[in-house]
Design a protein around this ligand. Structure first.
Ligand code: PMP
Length: 295
């Protein structure tokens, strides 16, 4: 699945076999979810294997560490170079890269004694992302930003995402759309959300969402294509009136939303601005055409 007997990963300065890598059962991350991670994509592009916005991801990893009080001694450039080595050693092109910063044994609720960096990668299937999603409104809210640091990509926060995803699947949907503590639409369990209405794209502002790197790329694409884009708070009722909508994330890229709570959108995907944005995103990650202009 994620690794074979041959897989090589980076752990604390060394490249070792994944099957030989060890962690301590008394680690602070395992017990409290107090660790941070990233998810990065690489693509087989017309110019060879390339990671997409790896430096931005590693800057976010460093920021997540800083916000959480976890010391990390690597620069974004160093981690990006290590990533290319991981890809090369495993002969990967279209891959998902998972850097994880985890903490050594410490049962006290204090900053860690020692920190480890692991970077691993596995192959991804290009076609799984293309299915339109049936989405429900989750009964789970995104966490209160005054209780946790929503801007940081913290391991423990994903218990909220797992609960929302399990609930959605149990109800027969592909995914859930979570609201914030005030009842405004926030994001998916692992993706940001956009909708189209009368030629304008709307997305929630940062606060109760992870400020996604794909979200930022989508905003750049809209500006490049002269599509008005607005960050604003909105309730689910507005989404039901939308022309089209999508989730976006590094792993899933741009996923068309077919319906919300069984209610389909007005525009066929192929005629929507969302569809145009998805096609443009694909061109950019594959290093084709106008990608050069805006990234
Ligand atoms: N929100 C959440 C909760 C996520 O887990 C992710 C995936 N990292 C995103 C949004 C999208 O972020 P990005 O575009 O940086 O992958």
């Amino acid at each position: 699945m994620y690794y074979t007997d041959e897989t090589v990963l980076f752990l604390d300065g060394k490249f070792i076999k994944a099957k030989d890598a060890r962690t301590d059962l008394f680690g602070q991350t395992l017990h409290y979810g107090y660790g941070v991670f990233e998810g990065i994509r690489s693509y087989e592009t017309v110019n060879g294997t390339k990671t997409f916005k790896a430096l931005e991801h590693y800057e976010r990893l460093k920021r997540s560490c800083a916000l959480m009080g976890i010391p990390l001694d690597y620069s974004a450039e160093e981690m990006s170079q290590i990533t290319y080595q991981v890809l090369e050693k495993n002969e990967l092109t279209n891959a998902y890269i998972r850097p994880l910063v985890f903490c050594s044994p410490n049962m006290a609720l204090t900053s860690p004694n020692e920190v480890s960096l692991m970077i691993t990668a596995w192959e991804v299937d290009q076609h799984t992302t293309l299915q339109p999603a049936k989405v429900c409104i989750s009964s789970f809210q995104r966490p209160n930003p005054k209780a946790v640091t929503m801007e940081a990509k913290v391991c423990g926060l994903y218990t909220n995402s797992i609960l929302a995803t399990m609930e959605a699947k149990k109800r027969g949907f592909d995914d859930g759309l979570l609201l914030d503590l005030n009842g405004f639409v926030a994001e998916g369990p692992g993706a940001n959300f956009f909708y189209e209405k009368d030629g304008v794209m709307y997305t929630p502002p940062v606060g109760s969402i992870l400020p996604g790197i794909t979200r930022k790329t989508v905003i750049d694409i809209c500006q490049f294509l002269d599509i008005p884009v607005q960050e604003k708070y909105f309730r689910p009722e507005e989404v039901f009136e939308a022309d089209s909508a999508f989730f976006c994330s590094t792993m899933q890229e741009i996923v068309a939303i077919e319906s919300i709570e069984g209610q389909a959108f007005a525009k066929p995907w192929k005629d929507s601005l969302s569809g145009l944005i998805r096609d443009t995103y694909r061109s950019i990650v594959l290093d084709k055409s106008y990608g050069y202009v805006i990234v």
